[in-house]
Design a binder for this molecule. Structure first.
Ligand code: COA
Length: 257
């Protein structure tokens, strides 16, 4: 059976509580569950895809992104409760650990909430209206606790190897804890970033650049510390080819006073 047929059957039958048979919701949900789209997901180096095989045939599918977002975990309706879902999530978590991630995030269907809760995922906020009649339930799991990886350490080279940044990001996500988000940023030639919603700290890891704070430029060197309050315009200019900087976002949207 093709992996995408498993996903489609699983959505249609097992997620009935979520789509409630609503035609427009199903059309949108199934719209990108095609062989062509699946081939694109498979080729994307930021994705790790796993299939669960029973009796010699694909009966389950999972996908996690390097960013730590678990995007797919689907088991065929005829093969539920045989441990396939658990095996898929276990393998995706192992890959996340190999990538050096500390946390996995996902949005669960209503159907799968108990499944994820049994696997140590905890609610990460209010349900989000996705489209049609569909609601997503945010969950997260700290891998560090299960993997006893505190204190968390990573070298500059290891951080850079986790790139390139996932689609939609300019920097490589490295670590999250509470409100803290750590990224590795190595812009090539031009820094296209826009002001951010949260307070931000930079520590230059490698190379040199000029830092422009909206009014003036200052030289920054390895070890330079820069604080940028939320919403402040800024960018790096005249970067050396090896320029790389640690980025730390923290606190609420709008920044702290
Ligand atoms: C959620 C899903 C992946 C679970 O797959 P599965 O192979 O049936 O799960 P497992 O057999 O590995 O279950 C492991 C444990 O999770 C829990 N669990 C699994 N499905 C459950 C359910 N529907 N309700 C309550 N607990 C459930 C149980 O504790 C189970 O252990 P047990 O069978 O010994 O009691 C599967 O039901 C599915 O594909 N659902 C539809 C797609 C979906 O919603 N995916 C999530 C998208 S984000």
């Amino acid at each position: 059976m093709h992996a995408i047929s498993v996903v489609r059957a699983s959505i249609l039958e097992l997620c009935a509580l979520d789509h409630n048979g609503d035609g427009p919701t199903l059309a949108r949900w199934l719209g990108n569950k095609t062989i062509e789209t699946f081939a694109v997901w498979l080729r994307d180096p930021n994705n790790y895809v796993v299939v669960g095989v029973l009796e010699g045939d694909v009966k389950g599918v999972g996908l996690i992104e390097k960013s730590g977002d678990l995007r797919l975990c689907y088991v065929h309706p005829d093969h539920q409760r045989r441990g396939l879902g658990r095996a898929i999530v276990d393998e995706l978590e192992k890959q996340a650990t190999r990538w050096g991630l500390c946390e996995i995030r996902l949005t669960s269907s209503a159907n799968a909430k108990t499944f994820y809760e049994r696997h140590g995922y905890v609610s990460a906020g209010q349900p989000i209206h996705e489209f049609g009649v569909l609601w997503d339930y945010p969950y997260r799991k700290q891998l560090t606790e299960t993997n006893e990886r505190w204190p968390r350490r990573i070298t500059l080279e290891e951080a850079l190897r986790q790139g390139p940044p996932p689609p939609g990001n300019q920097a490589i996500p490295i670590f999250r804890h509470g409100s803290l988000e750590v990224e590795m940023y190595a812009p090539i030639r031009t820094d296209h970033q826009k002001p951010h919603e949260r307070d931000e700290v930079y520590v230059v890891a490698r190379g040199t650049a000029l830092f422009f704070n909206g009014r003036e430029q200052r030289e920054v060197l390895p070890g330079s510390f820069i604080f940028v309050p939320a919403k402040q315009q800024h960018r790096f200019e005249s970067m050396s080819p090896d320029f790389a900087v640690w980025v730390l976002f923290y606190g609420p949207s709008g920044g702290e006073t």
